[in-house]
Structure formats: structure tokens, C-alpha cells
Design a protein. Structure first.
Ligand code: ZN
Length: 572
């Protein structure tokens, strides 16, 4: 980054006070800039000016004159590709941070490899009373069944081990952990949960959905210092991939307090739109309603996150018809439609934005029905969000359309789930329910605003993998050729909007950030690949060269260790 030095400062000091230019404006020039414009289409620019407060003053387009003076600093873009900072519309911030602190099995390809990694981790951490972690997926291991406590005992038997499945909807315990949770052959699973059993009736080691707390509640809680360490790791995970804002789906008061500590210490680099986990957490954080934007638009409690059903992988998603590969179940709903409506009503009354996790087609139908009912009472610009909206019965699109028209509907979807889940989804749903699965183009066509994300730590918070999936519906090996259900692909422009302006709109932030335009925050990135023209496999490998939030550099690929340290806004 080149900046005019003392000479420019001297010139500036000599400028009369009545000068139109603020004294610390910054010019970014020599860039191949692209943003979603005010009309929703791609707008290209060659330079940008932002002010001392990190707010954009002007974009300079091809054919327009780049100002020669009137700014104190100049950043030479060196002809690089400049984009607005990307936004991940569905993350679990502290989950991502703690995943970085704990045992991560997400890259393991077999049970054997996972067990070896667990054994190593146990050896490396003899002091930890419990070994915790997650990321395992028996589908990826091609195991054909859940792993067992006995298998875990074979590598760690001296203390409890508790490992989350990649989707967070199941946990794997060793015998010591089952013992700590008093889970025995006689234990009953709570409603909405399941204890996987062996043939002899004893617990096998995996607890699904609402049965998870039987063991999880016995894990010693992390300290505030653990939270701060994990949060710093989560932020690194975001900004080094080009994310300058995220929506946190399901925060607790402890999470919120961690974000506030970072804000107070000036180490809150990534903007966070927060949704409290359920009514109690939301009210504990926000009291009578959403908070104001804090720390120069870096933090706000927007609303509430509710969890209507589970996930497809663990067969917790709530389906209209039985699972194709397990005909005795339709999934595990957490609420009836009446219970859901009551919770949504309570939140809407206090002006909280509502975000509901709905994966199965029955869950989506019930949610849309509740939204349509409540829209009679709670009018105006509500932007109710469906998180995942993974399987929608095409017969329900007209309801979505009516909700979109009356109060505004957000489809908060994760393109990378489609490529990761494809074979599993086909097994769970069978051949006749795939038309409405991961149906991004249909959601948009029926009036929902697309907000794209990753659901990290379920997936890496990598917007480039998601971008490639969104435009191709092919995985990293190009499978299946021509894309899976290719009619649901979306354009590059729609994809960029899903990761920028749409994701900001989904969090009531479109007048603050999400695009590069006068009056919005100067959140931008330099990258080595142009997502508007590159092939999907090249987009996947995009290197983020620099990340800037509010006019301050938070990441520089050439000085990675100094990244966050440079985050104080450019001024004085
Ligand atoms: Zn989630």
C-alpha cells in the first residue's frame, strides 16, 4: 500500500479550511473494481474515494477523471481485482472459533484415520479433562452406519470424549462420556432426540438431536478467556477468506459478551449481525428489542433464530413423506405449527427479525404457513428468513410468493451444502423429491431474496467454494458433469449479490454495507481471480490478497501474521 507522505500532508495543511475535501480522504485507484450497483446489476469502477470514518465518498468509473488531489492517502491497486467485502449470511461464529480450538475431524476420510487423529490429539493434550471436538461424518467415511463408543474407547478410555457430527445434529461419545451422562440401556431419549442402540439394547455411542444434551451438558464450560481466543480464531477464518461481515445464527449471551469485549478492545474486525438462540437468549441480549448498531456498524442484535427441525444427514429433517432410506421416520420436528407461531409472534411483537432453520419439506411448509398467518397481524418490512430452505415441495412456492410480497422473505441458503450433500440427499429423499432441493433459482423466481452462506463450522467459511457451487452445481471434481438439477444454478451476478448486497439486505444492513457506493462502509477486498469470468475450478482457488473493513486493512496475504494487527481504521 502506497501512501502520500509528509509532502502531501504539507500540501493539505496549506489548503484553506473551506476546501470541499475532507483532510484525510483516501483514494484507491488503478483497480478493476466490481460491485453490485444500486440497480442490482454489476457496476464496474476504476477508483474509489473513502473518508476518514471509512465511508465511501465516490466511485470513479471508466471515462471519468480520477481526482489528482483532495485526498491525503493513496492506495495503488496495482491493477488488481477489487470487490466489496463478502458476507456470509449463515455462520456460527463461536462454533467456528471453538472448532479451531478443539479436535477437528472434518478432513478425515475414514474411521481409521479419525481414530488415529483422536489418539494423537489425546497424547498432545494430557491435561484436558474432556476431549471435545467435531466434524466427523460417517457418510464421508463410507461407513454405512454410525461409529460406536467401543471404537472410541479403543483409542481413549481414560477420560470422556465427546465429538459433534459435522452437521452438529449428533454427538459421538466414548464409554466414559456415556457414563458421565448416565446414558444406559434403560435411558429414554427426550422428544426430538434419539439414542442409537446396539442389537443388545445398550447405547451404541451416538446421540441424535435432542438426546445430545444428555452428555453435552456434562462437558466443562469454556472460560471467558477461551471464548476470546476462539473468537480471534473465528475472525481470522473469516477475513482471510475475504469475509468482512457475517450473520451469527444462534448466539448466546456469552457469545454476545465476547463480541462486546472485542468491540470495546477495538479488536472487532468483522461485522456481525446477531440472531439470538431462541427466545430466552434473544431477550437476555436485547431486552425489549433489537439493539442499535454498535462500534461503527460492526455489531447489532437483529433478531431471533429458531430451530424447527434437524438435518437430512442424521434424518432429523422434517419431511412430508417417510425417508426413502428409512421408511419408519419422517424426521424430528422441535415444534408444532402452533408452538412455532407462538414463538414467532412473541419475537415479531418486539420487532425482532425472525430467522427459522427449516430443512425438510414439511418443516418448510409449516414455516411458510405460520409466516403467512402471522403476516396478517405483523405487517410492514419484516424480511422473515428461512435458514437453509433446503427441501421445498414445489407445491408450496405460491405460499412463499405471498409471504415475499406481504412482509418480505429471505432464503438464506448455503450453496456448498448442495455439492457436499448430493449423494446423501438422493439416498434420504429418493428420486421423486429432488426438484425442490437446494432450489436457489426457484426461491429467487418466487420472490425470496437470496442470502448465501456456509453454515460454518458445518462447512469451511469459504465463499469461493460456495460461489463455484452456486454457478455450476458441480463439486470440486466437476461432478456431476453439467451440474446436479442444473435448472437451479444461478448467474454470477446473482451469486455475487447473494454474498454481498443480498446478505446485507437480509440483515437490514443495506444502507450501511454490502456494496461499494457513496455513504456505505468501505469494506473491500483485492483478489487474484475474477469471479465474473473465471471457471468454477479457478474460482475455488481464489486467493484473497487483502481485506479491508471500514477503510482499515485487516488482512494482507503477504504479511499474514500482521493481518489483524493492522485493523485500526486508516486515519491521522
Ligand atoms: Zn446453522
Amino acid at each position: 500500500m502506497a501512501r502520500a507522505g509528509l509532502a502531501a500532508l504539507a500540501v493539505l495543511l496549506a489548503t484553506p479550511a473551506a476546501s470541499e475535501s475532507a483532510w484525510a480522504d483516501t483514494l484507491v485507484d488503478n483497480v478493476a473494481g466490481q460491485t453490485i450497483g444500486a440497480d442490482g446489476h454489476i457496476e464496474r469502477f476504476k477508483a474509489m474515494v473513502f473518508d476518514d470514518a471509512g465511508v465511501v465518498k465516490a466511485l470513479i468509473h471508466e471515462g471519468e477523471k480520477t481526482p489528482k488531489k483532495g485526498f491525503q492517502y493513496r492506495i495503488d491497486g496495482k491493477g488488481r481485482i477489487m470487490l466489496p467485502g463478502l458476507i456470509d449470511a449463515h455462520v456460527h461464529v463461536m462454533g467456528t472459533g471453538f472448532a479451531a480450538l478443539t479436535l477437528d475431524l472434518s478432513e478425515t476420510k475414514s474411521l481409521g484415520e479419525a481414530l488415529a487423529k483422536i489418539a494423537d490429539y489425546a497424547k498432545a493434550h494430557p491435561d484436558r479433562p474432556w476431549l471435545i471436538g467435531g466434524g466427523w461424518n460417517q457418510e464421508r467415511w463410507k461407513l454405512g452406519r454410525f461409529p460406536t463408543a467401543t471404537e472410541l474407547d479403543s483409542v481413549v478410555s481414560d477420560r470422556p470424549v465427546w465429538l459433534d457430527r459435522a452437521d452438529g445434529h449428533a454427538g459421538w461419545a466414548n464409554s466414559a462420556a456415556l457414563k458421565a451422562g448416565a446414558v444406559t440401556a434403560a435411558s429414554q431419549a427426550p422428544a426430538g432426540g434419539e439414542i442409537i442402540h446396539l442389537a443388545d439394547g445398550s447405547p451404541a455411542g451416538v446421540l441424535v438431536d435432542n438426546a445430545r444434551p444428555l452428555v453435552e451438558t456434562h462437558v466443562p464450560p469454556p472460560t471467558p478467556r477461551d471464548y476470546d481466543t476462539a473468537f480471534a480464531l473465528a475472525q481470522q477464518n473469516f477475513y482471510r477468506r475475504g469475509l468482512t461481515a457475517v450473520a451469527d445464527m444462534g448466539a448466546t449471551l456469552e457469545d454476545w459478551q465476547t463480541f462486546r469485549r472485542a468491540g470495546d478492545a477495538n479488536t472487532l474486525y468483522v461485522r456481525i449481525m446477531v440472531y439470538g438462540a431462541g427466545i430466552d437468549n434473544t431477550i437476555r441480549i436485547g431486552g425489549p428489542g433489537p439493539t442499535p448498531w454498535l462500534y461503527a456498524d460492526r455489531l447489532r442484535l437483529n433478531g431471533i433464530k429458531l430451530l424447527l427441525d434437524g438435518a437430512l444427514g442424521s434424518r432429523g429433517a422434517w419431511l412430508k413423506a417417510p425417508y426413502h432410506d428409512r421408511p419408519d421416520t419422517r424426521g424430528l420436528p422441535n415444534f408444532t405449527q402452533t408452538q412455532l407461531s407462538n414463538l414467532m409472534s412473541r419475537a415479531a411483537m418486539d420487532q425482532y427479525q425472525i430467522a427459522v432453520h427449516a430443512i425438510g419439506d414439511e418443516a418448510n411448509a409449516v414455516l411458510l404457513g405460520a409466516m403467512e398467518d402471522l403476516a396478517q397481524t405483523y405487517k410492514g418490512d419484516r424480511r422473515w428468513r428461512i435458514e437453509h430452505a433446503q427441501v421445498i415441495d414445489p407445491a408450496d412456492w405460491p405460499i412463499a410468493e405471498r409471504v415475499a410480497k406481504s412482509v418480505g422473505l429471505i432464503a438464506s441458503m448455503q450453496p456448498v451444502h448442495q455439492t457436499s450433500d448430493r449423494l446423501m440427499a438422493e439416498a434420504r429423499l429418493g428420486p421423486n423429491r429432488l426438484a425442490g432441493a437446494y432450489a436457489w433459482a426457484s426461491a429467487k423466481a418466487h420472490g425470496a431474496v437470496l442470502a448465501f452462506g456456509s453454515d460454518t463450522p458445518v462447512e469451511l467459511p469459504d465463499p469461493w467454494t460456495g460461489f463455484a457451487a452456486a454457478i455450476s452445481r458441480e463439486d470440486e471434481n466437476g461432478q456431476p458433469p453439467q451440474g446436479w438439477q442444473p435448472q437451479e444454478r444461478v448467474s454470477r451476478e446473482t451469486t455475487l449479490a447473494g454474498y454481498t448486497s443480498g446478505a446485507a439486505y437480509a440483515g437490514f444492513a443495506e444502507k450501511r454495507f454490502g456494496r461499494l457506493a457513496p455513504g456505505l462502509r468501505a469494506d473491500f477486498i483485492f483478489v487474484d481471480t475474477d469471479p465474473m469470468v473465471a471457471a468454477p475450478e479457478a474460482i475455488r482457488k481464489t486467493k484473497v490478497l487483502e481485506t479491508w473493513v471500514g477503510g482499515g486493512k485487516v488482512w494482507d496475504a503477504e504479511k499474514p501474521e500482521g493481518g489483524a494487527g493492522a485493523a485500526v481504521p486508516v486515519k491521522k
